[in-house]
Design a protein around this ligand. Sequence first.
Ligand code: CA
Length: 651
Amino acid sequence: MKTAAEWKKYYADPAFHEKYTYGGHDLGVQCSEKGTAFRLWSPCAESVMLHLYENGSDGTAYADICMEKQEKGVWAYHTEEELHGVYYDYDVTIDGEVQKTADPYAKACGINGKRSMAVNLAKTDPQGWEKDQAPRQPVENIIYEVHVKEFSWDKSGGFPEEYRGKYKAFLCEDTTLFGDGVHHTGCAWLKDMGVTHIQLMPCYDYGSVDEAGDADEFNWGYDPVNYNVPEGSYATDASHGEVRIREMKEMIQALHRQGFRVVMDVVYNHTYSLDSWFQKTVPWYYYRVHEDGSVSNGSMCGNDTANERPMCADYILDSVLYWAEEYHVDGFRFDLMGLLDVKLMNRIRRELDLRYGKGEKILYGEPWAAAETAMEGDAKGALKENLHLLDEHIGIFCDNTRNAVKGSVFDVDRTGFVNGAHGLEEDILKSVRAWQKTEELQVSAPTQIITYASAHDNQTLWDKIRDTVPDETKWIDINKMAAAVYMTCQGNLFLLSGEEFARTKNGLDDTYKEPISLNRLDWERAWKYEELAEYYRGLIALRKQLPGLCDKTPDAWKRIGNMWSEPLAVAFAVDNTLENAEPAWDLLYVVYNSRSEKLQVKLPDGMWQVLTDKHNSFLWKESREISGEISAEPAEVLILGRKNEGEKEKA
Ligand code: CA
C-alpha cells in the first residue's frame, strides 16, 4: 500500500481529477418501489464486493455480489427489488488488501453505524410530513443551543420515562416540573422564553456512545461516523435503521409545529477516527496530510477532512442539502468552520439560496481551527481573518463580543466588562454595532455576527461569574447585566441552554464526556432561578420590538450614535425607526453601568420611557416616563425609549 505522502502526490496530479472526479449526486443507495441502486466511489479499487444482510449488526451475509466498475471510479449494482430495510457493507480491495467498510454515503444504518442500510425514504416520513413547514422567519434570530440528551434526561423535566434523552422528548409540548402541571419545562419553557431557533448539538451518527450500551452513556457527539444518518442513541430503537430516521423527522416536525426553527450542528471538519469509511474506500483522499506525510490535525481530534478536494467538497455540500431537503432542517452551525474552505462555504450558501431563497436557511460557524492545518493549493480557511471573503449570510461566533462582556474563556481568572475589567468600554461599543467598521473585523453586515456570552464549550456564564466575582450577592445582578448587554448588541443572538437559569457545570470548561448527571438540564434549577429566567424573557420579548438592534442590513451600524464612555460605563443611542412601520419608540438610549457606584446620566432631550432596569425587564409594559437625568444603579443596564410621535398621537 502507498504511504500517505504518496497518496497525496497521486491525488494532486490533475490527471486524477480529470479521470475520477464524479459529478453525479447519486452515490450511496437509491431505493424505491422501482428498485435499488448501489453506487460507491472507489477509484483505486481493484474489486468491490457488496454483501447483503438481514440484520444490522450480526449474522452472515445472505448475498455476496460482485460490483461492476463504471466511469469515474464508481462501482455499481442495480436490482429491481426494493431492498428497503436490507443491511449492507462492502469489501474493497486496494493494492491487494481487502478492507471491510460501510458506505460513506449511507442514509441509514444498523446499531452503531457499522453496517449501512438501504432505505426507501418515503417510508420513513411521519404522518403529515408533506405538510410540515418551518415557522416564518422571525424578526430576530434567538438561537438556543441544546443537546438532545441533556434536554430531557433529568427526571425533573417531567417527560415520559421512555422519551427521556430521546428525540421523542421534543414531541412533548406541555411538560412540567416533575409533572406538577404548573411549572413549565422542556418545549413549553422554550416557548415562554421566546427563542426562535433550536440549535441541536450533533445528531448525525457519532461514535463515542455505544448505542447498545448503558442508557446513561454521554458524549457531546463531535465525532462523526455516518454524516447522513441520525444518531441512534437518541432513538427509541437503534437496531432498526428506519426508526431513528422517522423519530428525528418527528422531532423536527414537532419543533416546527411549536413555532421553532431547527439548526443542526455539523462537524464536517474531522471524523471520529482515521479508521473511517472514507479511508477504507479512497485512502487518504478525504484527509489532509502534510508534505512529509504526517497527518494534519487542525481539529485536535486526530484528523482534518480535505474539504478543498472536489469529491470531499461535493460530499459536504450534498450532505448539507440532504439534511435541508429530507429532514427540513432550517440552518447549520459549522463546527471549527475555520478548517473548511471559504469557497466551499460560499458554495453551500449559494446552493441553499437557490433552492430556498436568499438567507432563508441560516448558516454560521466557529471561525477558528484548533491548530495548524494542511489545506491544499490556494484554499483559504473560513477564519475570522477571512470574514470579508465569506458571503454576507454566513455568520461567525463573535468571540470579541463574548470576551469583552465576560472575559477570555481560556483564562479562568480573566474578567470582562460586566465582572470588573477596566478598559473594555471601546470594545463594548464595538460589540454594540456588531463590530461593523472596526479594525478588528471586516463585517459586511450584522447577519455575519453571532452575539453571545456562552456556548457548550468553556465555562457556563454562571460559572465564569462565580469564579471571577468573590461577592456572592452580586452574581445574579452581574448575570442579568451580561444578558442585557449582549441582548442590546446588534447581530444574531445566541445562548447556551440553561444560561437563563444560572446553569452550572461545577466550573468545568470542557464537559464533552463528563457524566450526563453533570451535563443534564436541571429543570428544578430553572424554577429556583425563576427571577433570572424572567429577566431573560423580558429582554428577549423587548428585543423583538427594537428594529434598531435587529437590523441586519449593511447600514445597521449607522443607527448607533451619541456614544459615550467613562471607566466601567457606556451609553449610546439607537435609531429605532423602521420604514413603513411605527415601532413604539423611535429612539433608544441605553446605559451600561458596571461600576460599584451609582452613575448619574444626562438623557438626550425628550420624554423617555424606562423599558428595562436591573430589577425588571418588562418595564416596557408600563409607562414610567422621565426626562432630564437618570441614575443607573451599580451593575445596571438601563434601556430607555422615546415615544414615537406617531404613536403618541394615536394615544
Ligand atoms: Ca452512533
